[in-house]
Design a protein around this ligand. Structure first.
Ligand SMILES: Nc1ncnc2c1ncn2[C@@H]1O[C@H](COP(=O)(O)OP(=O)(O)OP(=O)(O)O)[C@@H](O)[C@H]1O
Length: 315
């Protein structure tokens, strides 16, 4: 049973120009997407830079204006309530950002950063608030004395943990995680991802996990939507998307995931020999002796994808 539905969501940004700075066109950043969220599940949103992932997340939480479409939360249309301070929707849907540093107020101590959502949404006494702050720090694995420090006194991974503590302060149902680990070192990435999974089980959270990295999404998500130019080209369970992708764009994205599996490394080497026997057209394409053009990203990976990318070419 889903607790939230996104229906035909569109966010179009006006492009202004001309002498009078009038609207001359629109960027269709999000162009008619549908989603459903169930408790305790993680939903991946994947696609290349500029395809509309962040705009989707921001529109859902209310940081971006929606051009059309609806958000139904627990059976109610909340599309126009998203920006209302202190609404149940604002309490239950939280967000964590790629850049934990700039999302934390540098002038506030950790205890004040964490107290803000608590004061906005939970009616606690001073002593209960202090207890809640200690509890949040313990959940995210930070020592109690962290609360008297400022954000700049922490490492990137620790700052992201503080961002997560702030997001879970209101006991949310859904956390929108926009590239939450892409600014972190690889070893810290794994720690934060595993930690997000642990608290998901403990707190019964759902995530909308936004990333350009299909490897990370595979590790985290139950359901995946592939976004291209504001639309979903394909959506399905993790198994569907990774084992039997249908859309050529999904196949291309999958073929670009680096692999450390020895058998795949041999396959790549064979492909590279094939590439060397062809002629390079530019940085992105090769053509073979018959004048057929291959996409570089595709040809450097599995043969199956390379074949499906063949186009009529110019020799
Ligand atoms: N405020 C804005 N005004 C006009 N266009 C915008 C605005 N914000 C985003 N866009 C455009 O909307 C499109 C989608 O942007 P968005 O940031 O959602 O992409 P993304 O998939 O999250 O990319 P990235 O992974 O690089 O963050 C892009 O073409 C972007 O240039």
């Amino acid at each position: 049973m889903s607790f939230m539905e996104i229906k035909d969501l569109r966010v179009h940004y006006p492009i202004r120009g001309g002498f009078f700075n009038t609207i001359v066109d629109h960027v269709h950043a999000v162009d008619g997407i549908n989603m459903e969220f169930e408790k305790g599940k993680t939903y991946g949103l994947v696609g290349e830079s500029g395809c509309g992932k962040s705009t989707t997340g921001k529109a859902i939480i209310g940081l971006e204006k929606i051009t059309s479409g609806k958000i139904i939360y627990e059976g109610k249309d909340v599309t126009n309530q998203r920006r209302q301070r202190n609404s149940p929707y604002n309490r239950d849907i939280q967000m964590i950002f790629q850049d934990a540093h700039s999302s934390l107020n540098p002038r506030k101590r950790v205890q004040d950063i964490l107290a803000e959502p608590i004061r906005n949404f939970l009616n606690l006494s001073d002593s209960e608030e202090k207890r809640k702050i200690n509890e949040l720090l313990a959940i995210v694995g930070m020592p109690e004395d962290a609360k008297v420090k400022y954000p700049h006194e922490f490492s990137g991974g620790q700052k992201q943990r503080i961002g997560i503590a702030r997001a879970i302060a209101t006991n949310p149902k859904l956390i929108i995680a926009d590239e939450p680990v892409s600014a972190l070192d690889l070893s810290v990435q794994a720690q934060v991802l595993n930690f997000l999974k642990d608290i998901q089980d403990e707190l019964g959270l759902s995530y909308l996990f936004i990333s350009h990295d299909l490897g990370v999404v595979k590790h985290m998500c139950d359901h995946v939507s592939i976004m291209y130019k504001g639309r979903f080209v394909e959506s399905g369970s993790k198994k569907d998307i990774y084992q039997t992708p249908q859309h050529i764009y999904t196949k291309r994205l999958l073929s670009a995931i680096p692999t450390i599996e020895p058998s795949s490394r041999v396959e790549r080497k064979v492909e590279r020999i094939t590439v060397e026997n062809n002629y390079q057209l530019d940085n992105h394409q090769y053509f073979d002796a018959n004048g057929r053009v291959y996409d570089l990203q595709a040809i450097s990976d599995t043969h199956e994808v390379a074949m499906s990318e063949i186009k009529e070419g110019v020799k």
